[in-house]
Every structure is written in structure tokens, then in C-alpha cells.
Design a protein around this ligand. Structure first.
Ligand SMILES: Nc1ncnc2c1ncn2[C@@H]1O[C@H](COP(=O)(O)OP(=O)(O)O)[C@@H](O)[C@H]1O
Ligand SMILES: [Mg+2]
Length: 255
């Protein structure tokens, strides 16, 4: 990465930092432990977080997903955004308490100009600031759509070519099927990706685990190592931050 040294992009899953079974409920202890672990790792970091029981919950009520759609009651759009800003406030409070110097960047700033975003990110990172992004609701040609934290992660990987990308999810790694039985897949080779995706169920507003695996595959094709680790296990998270293979699921960058 030259000028800014080792860079890691981390996605805090909404299912990790919130309790998806109850609207507007933060897993503050988990968020705090993620921030703490980040603070002891010596690298530049960019954080992305999902919506969980905040934005995800309201997006589901509004019937919105990653496809552009007309919304009759636009108050629902406003509620999605409001809840995401609330969740983001919790995230940056926690990162701040651990000395990470968070700086939130909302998609409006950059969705039309990725070159500007790259310049901004280099400026922030070189001055010890940690950029923070979140999945959001955006106007589109006719209506609104969700831009997921996973999609943002891909864009950032394309732009910054980090040392690695880490998805903190709610389980120990990727299982062969959505029943989540059987052993974790330690290495998700591109040859098995298709087979695994076919076995997943699609229940989530932003596409769930199958879409996440597809995005991870795209990221690996950029030459970036991708890790899926259990966000509830700080020790696993730290190992992934260090780029140690054998924890969670790894999809090695195609170089
Ligand atoms: N085959 C699978 N392997 C791993 N996790 C799975 C699988 N099928 C479903 N899941 C669920 O998908 C979750 C991750 O996807 P998602 O909830 O969209 O994450 P996020 O919190 O990042 O939005 C895991 O925490 C797990 O509960
Ligand atoms: Mg998700």
C-alpha cells in the first residue's frame, strides 16, 4: 500500500453488533469488544457496518431490498435512514472510546465520484483517521434501494486493494449449507463457491449469506484475501486481522 502501510477493511455484520430478533437493539458488549480488538491491532483500518435490527428491520417493513423500488409511504425511507444514523452513532462512539478516530462517510458523498473518495480516504488514513461506512437507503431512478454494507465493502476493496477483507459474522465461518450443520469450510476455493451458493436459502433483504459469498468471491478476484470470522470471538477476530489462515473461513485472493 506504500504510503499508508498495511490496510485492513472490516465489515461488522448487522447480525453481530445488533440483536436481529428485537428491533433497535444494540449488542453493545460485542461492539465494544470488536473496537477493543481493533485498537490493539497495528494497521490502518476502514470499517463498514450493516443494519441489523436497525436499518435492516425497517427496510424489511418497507419491502425494500437491493433493487430499485417505488415506496408508497416515504416515511418508511426516512425511518430506515434515521435508524442507520442511530446505529452509526453507537458504532463511532465505541470506536472513539477505544481511540480509533472514526470518521463516518455516507454514500452520497461518493456514489457518483469514486476518484474523489479515493483521495479522501488516503488523506484520512495517512493522518490516523479511521473511515467508517454503513449500508444505507438511497434514491434511485424510480424510488429507493438499499446499498448493502457488503456491496460497499466490495467497492472499497476495488478502490484501496487492502491487505485483507474481514467479514465479522454471527457464526464460526461458512457452513456447506444454510442448515449450518457439518464442519466449517476452512478454505472456500473458487471451484466450490458455486456449489456452496446453490445450497443456501435466500431470506434476507440484502441477499443473506449467498450474496455475501458472491461478493467475497469478487473481492478475492481483486487479489485480496477474504476472511469470514465469528464476530463474537475476539480471539478469532484478532487472528483474522493478522491474516492467519485456519481461523473461520478464508477465500484466498487470486494473484
Ligand atoms: N451456510 C452458512 N454459513 C454461514 N452462515 C450462514 C449460512 N447460512 C446462513 N448463515 C447465516 O448468515 C449470517 C451472515 O449473514 P448476514 O446475517 O447477512 O450477515 P450480516 O450480519 O453481515 O448482515 C450468519 O451469521 C449465519 O447466521
Ligand atoms: Mg447481511
Amino acid at each position: 500500500m506504500g504510503r499508508i502501510g498495511e490496510l485492513v477493511i472490516i465489515k461488522f455484520g448487522g447480525s453481530v453488533i445488533t440483536d436481529k430478533s428485537r428491533p433497535l437493539s444494540l449488542n453493545s458488549g460485542v461492539l465494544d469488544s470488536l473496537s477493543k480488538t481493533l485498537s490493539i491491532h497495528n494497521s490502518k483500518k476502514v470499517i463498514v457496518h450493516g443494519g441489523g435490527s436497525f436499518g435492516h428491520y425497517y427496510a424489511k417493513l418497507a419491502g425494500l431490498n437491493t433493487k430499485c423500488k417505488i415506496v408508497e409511504d416515504t416515511n418508511q425511507v426516512s425511518l430506515i435512514r434515521k435508524s442507520m444514523l442511530e446505529l452509526n452513532m453507537h458504532v463511532i462512539n465505541s470506536l472513539s472510546l477505544h481511540g480509533l478516530n472514526p470518521y463516518t462517510i455516507t454514500p452520497f458523498f461518493w456514489s457518483k465520484n469514486l476518484n474523489n473518495l479515493k483521495t479522501l480516504l488516503y488523506k484520512l488514513l495517512s493522518q490516523n483517521i479511521c473511515p467508517v461506512f454503513f449500508g444505507d437507503v438511497l434514491p434511485c431512478t424510480r424510488g429507493f434501494k438499499i446499498l448493502s454494507g457488503d456491496d460497499i465493502s466490495y467497492l472499497l476493496c476495488r478502490l484501496l486493494k487492502p491487505s485483507r477483507m474481514i467479514f465479522c459474522i454471527g457464526v464460526d465461518g461458512i457452513f456447506p449449507s444454510s442448515n449450518m450443520d457439518g464442519p466449517i469450510i476452512r478454505e472456500l476455493d473458487y471451484k466450490v463457491v458455486r456449489k456452496v451458493i446453490a445450497k443456501q436459502s435466500f431470506l434476507d433483504v440484502t441477499g443473506g449469506i449467498a450474496r455475501k459469498i458472491k461478493i467475497a468471491y469478487k473481492i478475492s478476484k481483486l487479489g485480496v484475501d477474504v476472511f469470514f470470522v465469528n464476530g463474537f470471538k475476539p480471539h478469532d477476530f484478532l487472528k483474522a486481522l493478522n491474516g492467519e489462515y485456519g481461523v473461520g473461513t478464508c477465500m484466498r485472493g487470486v494473484r
